[in-house]
Write a protein that binds this ligand. Structure first.
Ligand code: BTN
Length: 267
């Protein structure tokens, strides 16, 4: 039995029907600390690529930059996928970005919203955070963990600039079909990728809303960089042009503020 009718449990049988490659199995766990930790441990034990692990509740969910990912039981999708991309290690960081681009496309179609990416891989709607991706490597495996707010109510969201599919659409959203839509978009995006960074970069840039905006980026060391985000290069770095014209390529950081594109004031 479950108490909240807007939050039905996931149905593993339905989720495991007609999964496209590389997905082999969707495993639903009632509760776990972090699906990323669970999948990374299996990866180290030799688990093959294509496993998807979803948690109905995560009690130690992790976000990028040592943050937490908090979501009430069954309010969102919290899942991790295991891939062993046959590409050079330097190209692996494109895998989560490629998956995030496909996820943004799938969510846009499914919920009839304009879901874009805030560099590097926040899923957002109108500047509000809908979800995020935490990618980690272990050996030749990439573990990409996704958190997506689905039926989360405003008072349950951890920050003011976060949102959920239910808040954006004003509708009850069932997580099962959303998860399937994500896997059905991410699978072919991954299997059809040539492994060429430029191809992943092209798909990524189509969805990335940070490019062309005035931004402030906090770097992992704590310093900030301010300027116009002029592009994302073929290594996945955000390229910032400062007021004095110098450009810096940033490989990790947090875009803490964005202002409209210079060509479209007020955006
Ligand atoms: C972020 O935006 O900071 C990334 C959030 C990623 C959260 C997901 S939820 C499933 C997976 N397991 C984790 O511990 N984290 C990721």
């Amino acid at each position: 039995m479950y108490e909240d009718l807007d939050r039905p449990p996931l149905q593993p049988r339905l989720l495991n029907r007609s999964l496209p490659p590389p997905w082999r199995e969707v495993r639903v766990l009632e509760e776990i600390g972090s699906t990323n930790d669970y999948v990374a441990a299996l990866a180290r034990q030799g688990e093959r690529e294509g496993l998807v692990v979803v948690a109905e509740h995560q009690f130690l969910g992790r976000g990028r930059l040592d943050r937490q990912w908090v979501s009430p039981p069954r309010a969102g999708l919290t899942f991790s996928v295991l891939l062993r991309p046959p590409v050079p290690p330097a190209t692996r960081p494109w895998v989560p970005l490629l998956l995030a681009s496909a996820a943004a496309r799938a969510l846009s179609q499914r919920a009839d919203l304009d879901v874009t990416l805030k560099w590097p891989n926040d899923l957002q709607v109108g500047g509000r955070k809908l979800g995020g991706v935490l990618a980690e490597s272990t050996g030749d495996a990439v573990v990409a963990g996704f958190g997506v707010n689905v039926s989360t109510r405003r008072d349950e969201l951890p920050r003011d600039d976060a949102t959920s599919l239910a808040l954006e659409t004003g509708d009850v959203v069932d997580r099962g079909p959303v998860l399937l839509a994500l896997l059905r978009a991410m699978g072919p995006a991954y299997t059809s990728w040539s492994g060429e960074p430029a191809d992943a970069a092209r798909l990524y840039r189509e969805r990335c809303d940070t490019i062309g905006r005035e931004v402030v980026v906090t770097l992992p060391g704590g310093e900030s960089l301010e300027g116009e985000a002029v592009g994302v290069d073929d290594s996945g770095c955000l390229v910032i042009r400062a007021a004095d014209g110098t450009t810096t390529a940033v490989s990790a950081g947090d875009v803490v503020r964005t202002r409209g594109r210079p060509s479209s004031p007020g955006a």
